[in-house]
Write a protein that binds this ligand. Structure first.
Ligand code: IMP
Length: 426
């Protein structure tokens, strides 16, 4: 069966983009199924770095076709900016990218709503309007991308959204954002100006993918964020507004569960998170600060410093089980070089008991104390292009410990940003 899913198993930023770019060499299609421009996938290819927010990471492979599925929320201006930036570098995007007509649109009004509700501060969101767009979808007042196909639905949808938001704004006595100075007509004009560029991209992507499945073509479903940011299964309310786990592929692309046969879970060799919320294995500031600098842990979307911590196998176990991971990829193993002592959290102490699983609820997590195992560190660099047996022994033991504790295969490790830095675990 042809669908392979790649999902993050922590709080996002696990390095999924790079893994998808590598795996896309053997795929016909790469499809995003959830999230929006809150994601930030950084890819280093041939000495060049590309940061993608919306467009699937498969776009850098010339033979791969890319899909933004119905479960994605799309800021059309961001999308066109990204298309233009890639095309300026000679990457052919428009002929290889199709966008679901059913995907919902993120409008500037959603961003304004987000700051009005203060969710940007309380949750530490990426301020991309993601939550309000999903809210509108579930409340059945959203604007689907298919509205671009004709002028009237676009105009009506924007007028309706403006009216609702403006009433809320006035009730709160908030000023009109500078960007809204042109009024609703100004906003409609901006949307009408990009209509012609978007229309050729809009398709029934579910139909396209169902046909591809029938033909036995290989589809890579690209997750954004990570299991602990899932709106139901993550550290609610400190989560994103979509379902980030593998089950979401079926809804977000319209593919049946029976079409999926491989689920690749991506986890860093340590843990990071951005935004607010519980983080049991967070490092103390004195350790975190130099670690963050060395690891380059700053948000690809917002530039915010990421919070850093030790590998948490209790939460990773949950993610592996929730996703049905068939094989893990451990990324950024090279960053741990020289860390002494090196710690892994293998269980929690909760109400006087040792526990090895957790529901990831902040109500539980605020009561747990992580139980750490100290493991041997290594000083030798882990060079890209080497094979597994040539990696330093403690580094191999670290990876084996993860596989053993989670009872899940680790198939690959990554030791650097380039494509060549993926090493198959022997
Ligand atoms: P939102 O997705 O912008 O609504 O933000 C909700 C939460 O998810 C915040 O804590 C964000 O920092 C986090 N988040 C959203 N996208 C990403 C991502 O791609 N990587 C890491 N965290 C993310």
């Amino acid at each position: 069966m042809p669908v392979t899913v790649v999902v993050g198993c922590q709080w996002g930023d696990e390095g999924k983009g790079k893994i998808i770019d590598s795996m896309a060499g053997e795929a016909d299609w790469v499809a995003r199924f959830q999230g929006g421009a809150n994601a930030g996938h950084t890819l280093s290819v041939g000495g060049k770095t590309h940061v993608l927010h919306l467009i699937p990471s498969g776009i850098l492979r010339p033979d791969v076709r890319c899909i933004l599925g119905n479960g994605v929320v799309i800021d059309p201006f961001e999308l066109l900016k990204e298309v233009a930036a890639l095309e300026a570098e000679g990457i052919d995007v428009t002929k290889r990218l199709q966008v679901s007509r059913h995907a919902h649109c993120v409008t500037p009004i959603h961003r304004w709503e987000e700051s009005l509700s203060r969710a940007d501060e309380a949750i530490g969101t990426t301020r991309r309007g993601i939550g309000p767009s999903y809210e509108g979808k579930v409340a059945r007042r959203g604007l689907r991308m298919e509205a671009f196909l004709a002028e009237a639905p676009l105009r009506e949808g924007l007028e309706r959204a403006w009216e609702l938001w403006d009433a809320q704004r006035l009730a709160k006595g908030a000023p009109l954002p500078e960007e809204a100075a042109g009024g609703v007509e100004g906003l409609i004009r901006r949307f009408l100006e990009i209509r012609e560029q978007l229309i050729p991209l809009l398709e029934d992507t579910t139909g396209i993918l169902l046909d591809a499945v029938k033909r036995g073509e290989r589809i890579l479903a690209e997750g954004a964020q990570g299991a602990l940011l899932d709106v139901d299964h993550g550290t609610y309310p400190y989560v994103t507004s979509s379902h980030t786990i593998s089950g979401s592929v079926c809804i977000g692309l319209g593919l049946p569960p029976t079409s999926v046969d491989r689920i690749i879970g991506i986890a860093k060799a340590y843990t990071t998170r951005v935004g607010e919320g519980p983080f049991p294995t967070e490092m103390e500031a004195a350790t975190a600060e130099p670690f963050r600098r060395r690891a380059g842990e700053y948000g690809a979307t917002t530039g915010r410093p990421r919070r850093c911590g030790w590998l948490d196998l209790v939460l990773l176990r949950r993610a592996v089980e929730l996703n049905g991971v068939t094989g893990l990829v451990i990324t950024k193993l090279d960053i741990l070089q020289g860390m002494r002592p090196l710690k892994i959290c293998t269980s929690y102490q909760l109400n006087g008991r040792r526990v090895e699983r957790s529901d990831a609820s902040p109500m539980t997590l605020k009561k747990v104390q992580p139980v750490y195992e100290e493991v041997e560190g290594w000083n030798e660099p882990l060079p890209a292009g080497s094979d597994w047996t040539r990696l330093s022994r403690p580094a191999r033991m670290y990876v084996r410990r993860i596989a053993e504790t989670l009872d899940c295969r680790v198939d690959w490790v990554s030791v650097g940003p380039e494509r060549e830095s993926l090493i198959r675990v022997g």
